[in-house]
Design a protein around this ligand. Structure first.
Ligand code: PMP
Length: 274
């Protein structure tokens, strides 16, 4: 951290021009490596950025960085590509070489008590970026939309914010996807709503189907959150975390639900098994 530097003319710093990934290391191994590399390449493609490395070179570089940092157990990788150094002005023609940054760090988690009591959420007054403006499927370095909603949650004394799209449809939390359980069915907003196509999100859907729980990607509104029996969030860092209070209305009986607990166990078994 003391030696790594970034040029002040890098367009990532000046304009948030770049993309990133947050990846887990479990038992020294990169979790869902191919999926993260694919999403990284897709984000880069959509912002017209050609990555200066192949997927294989990227994988080798990540493992080299894990080794250089002496991580043999669990950890976290932040993979970043910047537009590169260029003259002032937003044109991508002004930049030359994208810079790849690989940070290996410890994982920053919610404290255990949050998993026991569940997250307390607000519904943010800040609209999620529209799919035709800056599609949240791009994991871009421009995260202010999320940063502001998270700050709003903290200012209100809550842990997290649920973000809605311009039409009032539920999108996701500020750094996690969202799931709702109602009448034995697992529901989650579809990617068309404006959300990151989370990698744990896909795992949760797969695990639920294996348990015989019907899963559906659908449009949800505020009301669906309030009448849900269970709500939880999924993400790389948090894995699965219950949501037990939304705008002061308890979710179900206000305690983490049965299906949330089952899927949490299934997720732990799954990531220990791969
Ligand atoms: N939504 C947003 C906005 C996120 O930043 C993240 C990642 N922290 C997720 C969902 C979860 O997706 P994943 O864990 O695959 O990165």
């Amino acid at each position: 951290a003391e030696q790594a530097v970034i040029n002040v003319f890098d367009h990532a710093l000046l304009y948030g021009d770049g993309v990133f990934e947050g990846i887990r290391i479990y038992h020294g191994k990169i979790f869902k490596e191919q999926e993260h590399i694919q999403r990284f390449f897709e984000s880069a493609k959509v912002i017209r950025l050609t990555l200066p490395m192949s997927p294989e070179q990227l994988s080798r570089a990540m493992y080299d960085t894990i080794r250089a940092n002496g991580v043999t157990g669990d950890g976290y990788i932040r993979l970043v590509v910047t537009r590169g150094v260029g003259a002032l002005g937003i044109s991508i023609r002004r930049t030359a070489n994208p810079t790849i940054i690989i940070i290996v760090d410890t994982i920053s988690l919610y404290p255990v008590e949050v998993y026991e009591r569940g997250l307390h959420c607000i519904i943010s007054s800040i609209t999620r970026n529209h799919v035709n403006a800056l599609n949240p499927r791009i994991k871009s370095l421009n995260y202010l939309n999320n940063v502001l909603a998270k700050a709003e949650a903290h200012a209100a004394g809550a842990d997290e914010a649920i973000m809605l799209g311009i039409d009032g449809h539920v999108c996701e939390c500020t750094g996690d996807n969202i799931f709702v359980v109602r009448n034995g069915e697992l529901l989650t907003p579809g990617t068309w709503e404006g959300l990151l196509e989370g990698i744990p999100r896909a795992v949760v859907m797969e695990l639920a189907r294996k348990r015989g729980i019907p899963v559906r990607e659908t449009s949800l509104v505020r009301h669906d959150l309030f009448v849900a029996q269970e709500v939880f969030a999924s993400g790389t860092a948090a894995e699965i975390v219950p949501i037990t209070d939304i705008s002061g209305i308890p979710v179900g009986d206000g305690k983490p639900g049965r299906i949330t607990k089952q899927l949490t166990e299934d997720f732990a078994a799954y990531r220990n098994g791969v």
